[in-house]
Write a protein that binds this ligand. Structure first.
Ligand SMILES: *Cc1c(COP(=O)(O)O)cnc(C)c1O
Length: 373
């Protein structure tokens, strides 16, 4: 009986063998530096710049504070164009800065902000665009940059899903003015909690580093109303250890992704999201769209999986624009967001994580295909 098996969640954090972490802890205990840009913090910044192929990175305590700080760093005000099809933190970071989010619909193939619909949403108050590389699939970066250049707008990517994603030209994180990562437990690369801002500019990097430490320049000088967004030494040390395992973890994710695609490609009513234009993917999520040809509705399938102990996620449902703090905005109207509204009713993210074994993967696939047989 499937119900006797252990529950399978949509994700499970990757944790290296505990004994490998102990030497890092011993170093911290010996040095007694716990935070404030200590040795592990510095090492992780250098290691991530090299691994990701980016110029500068500033580590943060989490991705949301990094988003809030990124907007502060570029002094963004007024209105910012963004997507309704994301985790709430994307839009919340705008509200925390007193910025008005303006929602624009998504592309039906990539589920990323649709560049063709951005221009119509620009007003004299617009100062920036905040797109999301949803599920790690790159946005149309060239089209977005062209619009930004034409209208003199900044671009801040919420790249929380895009750790390690590469285009033919290199890291996707090298596009826009800033990119923001999350190292939350549920993400591809985790430091328990954590985040980062990627930036190509020396001066902006300095400003970000001051902003995440109360605005301090030195012991007696404060130049901005900064916040405490620093990553602690214990998280940074853990990140260094994770980095040694990340390639292996991504390999396992890739194998699961391939199995799902092969098994589901002929199941009527199930559409797997394409991975176009990527030199290297990170397989961070496995979203499917449940169409009308499938015998069950999306919610029906969600429930059937749940009854079998398989906890998929309706990610992203509800849309950000359905939450009360956004619902009143004109751009949050469903008529403005037909694609996102339809996708939110169809999407289901299936379990994918390095520790998902063949037996359980087969169980999930058999259930999905079995319903349609
Ligand atoms: C996870 C996530 C965030 C927030 O990151 P935290 O580290 O959890 O604060 C922001 N945006 C998106 C798209 C995310 O998935």
């Amino acid at each position: 009986m499937a119900n006797n098996s252990k529950p399978i969640y949509v994700t499970q954090p990757y944790l290296p063998p505990l004994e490998e972490f102990v030497p890092y802890l011993e170093q911290i205990w010996e040095g007694k530096v716990l935070t404030n840009g200590g040795p592990f913090h510095q090492q992780l910044e250098a290691a991530l710049c090299a691994y990701l192929g980016v110029k500068h990175i500033s580590l943060f305590s989490n991705g949301t504070i990094a988003l809030v700080t990124a907007l502060q760093a570029l002094r963004i005000t007024g209105e910012v164009i963004t997507t309704p099809y994301s985790f709430v933190a994307t839009a919340h970071s705008l509200l925390w800065n007193g910025i008005k989010p303006v929602f624009v619909d998504i592309d039906p193939v990539t589920l990323n902000l649709d560049p063709a619909k951005i221009e119509a949403a620009i007003t004299p108050q617009t100062t920036a665009i905040m797109p999301v590389h949803c599920y790690g699939n790159p946005c149309d970066i060239d089209a977005i940059q062209r619009i930004a250049d034409n209208y003199n707008l900044k671009v801040i990517y919420d790249a929380a899903h895009a750790f390690g994603v590469e285009l033919v030209s290199g890291s996707v994180l090298n596009h826009g003015d800033l990119s923001v990562l999350s190292f939350h437990a549920t993400k591809v690369f985790n430091t328990f909690e954590g985040g980062a801002i990627i930036c190509p500019d020396d001066k902006i990097k300095l400003r970000i580093d001051r902003l995440k430490n109360f605005g301090f320049v030195d012991e007696v000088t404060v130049v901005a109303p900064g916040i405490n967004g620093k990553m602690s030494e214990i998280n940074a040390a853990f990140g260094l250890l994770q980095l040694q395992h990340i390639d292996q973890a991504l390999e396992r994710r890739k194998a699961i992704d391939t199995r799902y695609r092969q098994a589901l490609q002929h199941v009527p009513g199930i559409r797997c999201l394409q991975r176009a234009g990527q030199e290297r993917a990170n397989y961070s999520y496995f979203p499917i769209l449940v169409g009308s040809e499938y015998p069950l509705s999306r919610d029906g399938l969600y429930q059937k999986l749940k009854d079998a102990g398989i906890y998929s996620r309706r990610y992203f449902y509800p849309l950000i624009t359905e939450f009360p703090m956004y619902r009143g905005l004109p751009s949050a109207d469903r008529d403005n967001l037909p694609v996102a509204s339809a996708v939110a009713q169809q999407v289901l993210c299936l379990p994918i994580y390095p520790g998902l074994d063949e037996e359980n993967l087969t169980r999930i696939i058999d259930l999905l295909a079995g319903v349609a047989r």
